[in-house]
Design a protein around this ligand. Structure first.
Ligand SMILES: Cc1ncc(COP(=O)(O)O)c(C=O)c1O
Length: 387
């Protein structure tokens, strides 16, 4: 009776079940910025009450005032973006859904990085297409494996880059960006650049100051949104900036407009409020960045005391990756941490790391919670190492 776009098996996995049985006191998996003690200006949502919002005059691409505000965000990266190239969506997840509908027939494929954001597979499957992984090279600081990309399947229609990537925190190296754009042009792929974490540089690195919105040698869609840029996922507003050669850009925008018109999913009040939200929200962005940086300093300090554990420095974003010797399986360690220490972390396999012995921690938690959580985590690994 039901389509195979949704998995048949929807039961919680062992880790989710263990968390439910005893909720962790030190949750190092949080990705929701509104739940970890970040100070939001109390009047931040006041602009949502603009009486203009009482009238419904939708535009499928988004109201001009909102598209202009989103375009202006790129000035922080030294770019002038034409608001006519911006289209609003309710989230970057919805942006992916629109782009997959735009670019791929059912049964075709999009190329997605691995390790990376685990939602890609679901986002593709619910659109009736396949997410085909391409490799980021662990030993080369997560550079794109370009030679392997040359063997991508014939039915690939687009390639996704995540800049910086979640959870590795790696920025796309400028040389890889140029090479992948050339390859995409040659193979007829569109590029989708997910830059939701671009505003969060940590240890930086080549590419940290580059936005894909500057590129035009191939059809390219650059994604951003309120959920990360000002820590407001509940407001449900994101954007797509379309770039590349004409007439492909105009055709893509017209077709995207057709898709967006079918849903008209972005609420009017948040569109009207966007200029103010982006302006006032910079304080939230700074607070989140400061939190992540501070927690990263604490993590470096704690990790340096257990030399067998390696912190893979995140260039940017909200998470960090730890490698530990394969003294026990990731899942067993994660379950033991939950059970014995009240600490929740993600196992690497959740993000399709190509090797065992990887844990991912969020840098968002309150600093006291984070510090105690990583102390317990490192102590637990240390205990296994000394056995
Ligand atoms: C790489 C990446 N893209 C997109 C999103 C989701 O953003 P949105 O809330 O706009 O759908 C996330 C959320 O964690 C993410 O990690």
């Amino acid at each position: 009776m039901f389509s195979s776009r949704v998995p048949g098996e929807l039961l919680p996995n062992r880790i989710a079940a263990a968390r439910e049985a005893s909720p962790p006191r030190f949750d190092l998996t949080v990705s929701n910025p509104t739940g970890c003690g970040i100070a939001y200006p109390p009047d931040l949502l006041a602009p949502l009450a603009d009486p203009e919002g009482l009238a419904y005059r939708p535009h499928p691409r988004g109201l001009r005032v909102a598209r202009t505000a989103a375009a202006r965000e790129y000035r922080r990266h030294g770019l002038e973006v034409d608001p006519e190239r911006v289209l609003l969506t309710a989230s970057t997840s919805e942006a992916y859904a629109f782009l997959f509908k735009l670019l791929a027939e059912p049964g075709e494929a999009v190329l997605v990085p691995t390790p990376s954001y685990p939602l890609f597979e679901h986002l593709a499957n619910v659109e009736g297409i396949a997410a085909v992984p391409y490799r980021l090279d662990t030993e080369a600081g997560w550079r794109l494996d370009l030679p392997a990309l040359a063997h991508a399947p014939e039915n690939a229609r687009a390639l996704v880059v995540v800049h910086p990537n979640n959870p590795t925190g790696s920025f796309v190296h400028p040389d890889d960006a140029a090479a992948v754009a050339a390859l995409a042009a040659e193979r007829g792929w569109a590029l989708i650049a997910d830059e939701v974490f671009l505003d969060y540089p940590l240890s930086g690195g080549p590419g940290a100051s580059m936005s894909f919105a500057a590129r035009d040698e191939v059809l390219i869609f650059t994604l951003g949104g309120l959920s990360k840029s000002v820590g407001l996922p509940q407001l449900k507003l994101a954007w797509i900036v379309t770039g590349g050669p004409q007439p492909a850009v105009t055709t893509a925008l017209d077709r995207l407009e057709f898709i967006a018109d079918t849903f008209l999913s972005v609420a009017t009040p948040v569109q009207l409020a966007l200029p103010d939200l982006l302006h006032m929200g910079s304080a939230v962005r700074e607070a989140i960045l400061e939190r992540c940086r501070r927690n990263l300093v604490a993590l470096r300090h704690v990790a340096s005391r257990v030399p067998a554990v390696a912190l893979l420095e995140p260039g940017g974003g909200w998470s960090a990756v730890l490698r530990f010797p394969a003294v026990l399986a990731e899942e067993e360690l994660v379950l033991e941490l939950l059970r014995e220490d009240g600490v929740a972390v993600h196992p690497g396999y959740f993000f399709d790391f190509p090797m065992e012995g990887v844990l991912v921690v969020s840098l968002l938690p309150e600093s006291a919670v984070f510090a105690e959580g990583v102390e317990r985590l490192l102590a637990r690994i240390g205990m296994h190492l000394s056995r």
